[in-house]
Ligand binder design. Structure first.
Ligand code: 9D3
Length: 248
């Protein structure tokens, strides 16, 4: 799949795409990322991409024309129509189900905003989806765009290695919808703290039951809504219900 990213700060993306388990997905173009700078499509000696808001007020607004010309170039380079995603604090919060849909798609054009906002006429005429990362304020859409690319890249076949399907299943809220259990590694004693006995027992059944019980207890404590959803979807066994009763 291909993502064209419109950003005034394309240099932010290079280190992100050169690191970690997702690097191979970008380098192999399994997830192709093409960067576009609206400033390259701006007019005049000053290459203005922002201007003062009509009606007054603080901050600057991204001009419609450089963004629109830049978007035309990205869509022409793709050669076929594509969704146009604007990262915006008023968009729909990103969740796993949407990441799964994008990860099985042909990709999209991702528009990263800066300043106080974007001329609404560009949004009304060119943008098909708006996505937020959540209810907190960032200074632009680049980190949300990288968050989507990262989440999509790690779902590509082979990216997470041999255990990919297992790892993806256990992190996939749509499959069992429970929070993760605690993890431990060597040494067996650290700062006077040991490791839970079941993990050292070598008994796989006991280990899996301990992990499941931990996940149930942590989810019940922090996200009771997820327990209710798992129960409603028939994803809790008799053993799960027994474990929950003991802890509640
Ligand atoms: C008081 C007006 N501000 C809205 C909260 C203006 C504003 C601040 C920061 C408008 C845009 C931005 C830049 N943020 C993003 O571009 C952004 C974002 C975010 O700030 N939080 C969560 N998700 C996202 S997606 C894009």
């Amino acid at each position: 799949m291909r993502f064209d990213v419109l950003t005034l700060f394309p240099e932010l993306f290079a280190p992100f795409m050169a690191s970690g388990v997702t690097r191979r997905a970008y380098e192999s173009k399994q997830v192709e990322v093409v960067l576009w700078n609206p400033r390259d499509f701006a007019q005049g000696n000053y290459k203005r991409v922002d201007d003062r808001p009509f009606g007054g007020g603080p901050g600057m607004v991204m001009m419609a024309e450089p963004l629109s010309t830049c978007l035309d170039a990205a869509l022409a380079a793709r050669g076929s129509p594509a969704p146009v995603v604007l990262f915006s604090p008023i968009g729909e919060s990103l969740r796993h189900e949407a990441v799964e849909r994008w990860s099985a798609s042909e990709g999209a054009v991702l528009v990263c905003g800066r300043y106080e906002g974007i001329d609404q006429r560009f949004i009304d005429t060119r943008v098909t989806h708006q996505i937020s990362l959540g209810d907190f304020v960032l200074s632009g859409g680049e980190i949300p765009a990288m968050a989507l690319l990262d989440a999509v890249a790690r779902l590509q076949p082979g990216v997470l290695g041999d255990e990919a399907s297992h790892v993806q299943d256990s992190f996939n809220p749509s499959l069992d919808g429970l929070l993760d259990c605690p993890h431990y590694t060597r040494p067996e004693q650290w700062n006077g703290q040991g490791v839970p006995a079941p993990l050292l027992s070598g008994h796989h059944v006991q280990i899996e039951r301990w992990r499941r019980d931990q996940r149930l207890a942590i989810t019940a404590a922090r996200r009771p809504d997820l327990i209710a959803a798992a129960r409603a979807a028939g994803r809790l066994s008799k053993a799960d219900e027994t474990a929950l009763k003991k802890k509640l």
